[in-house]
Design a protein. Sequence first.
Length: 188
Amino acid sequence: MEQVFAPWRIEWVEREEQNSGMECVFCGLPGQDSDRSNRIVARNDHAYVLLNNAPYSPGHAMVIPYQHTGDYGDLSSEVLLAHARLKQRTFEALEAALEPDAFNAGLNLGGGPAGGSIENHLHTHVVPRWEGDTNFMPVVGDTQVIVEAIEDTYDRLHEAFGELEGATVEHSRCAVTFSQDGRPSEAA
């Protein structure tokens, strides 16, 4: 596969804290005090939205419950509802920020091939799609082109999440927060 130059990725690769001391990055990231640098764009009491570091398209996000499990049946009704509600808000924010024509959404369960590089922490990928976004590059050139830097996508999504009903925006460096029922959340 050919490679396309993406200089913004080097900051992630060379960061000093590369998930050090974390058995599960999805468990460790939300506890850090660096939502923006970790690309956590929104959260509620039981789940959070993380921009994918290797996006299929601009806005490729993951909705991740805080609970560490690879088994969907392990999630309580409260966590299931919070995860589903945050997925709904993710679609709303992506529509407002990026105006895609459609979405692909899929749940990764378990580890190994299903969890990608994440072992046993279920998560839902939400991928915005546009008419014609699969062009000749991946088909003929075996190359994927990402048209927007992740930091720019973060800014656009952060603003869109912040405009949704029930959003609490403390600072641009912090994730936008929601409570499960739509009222402002106390979670940070």
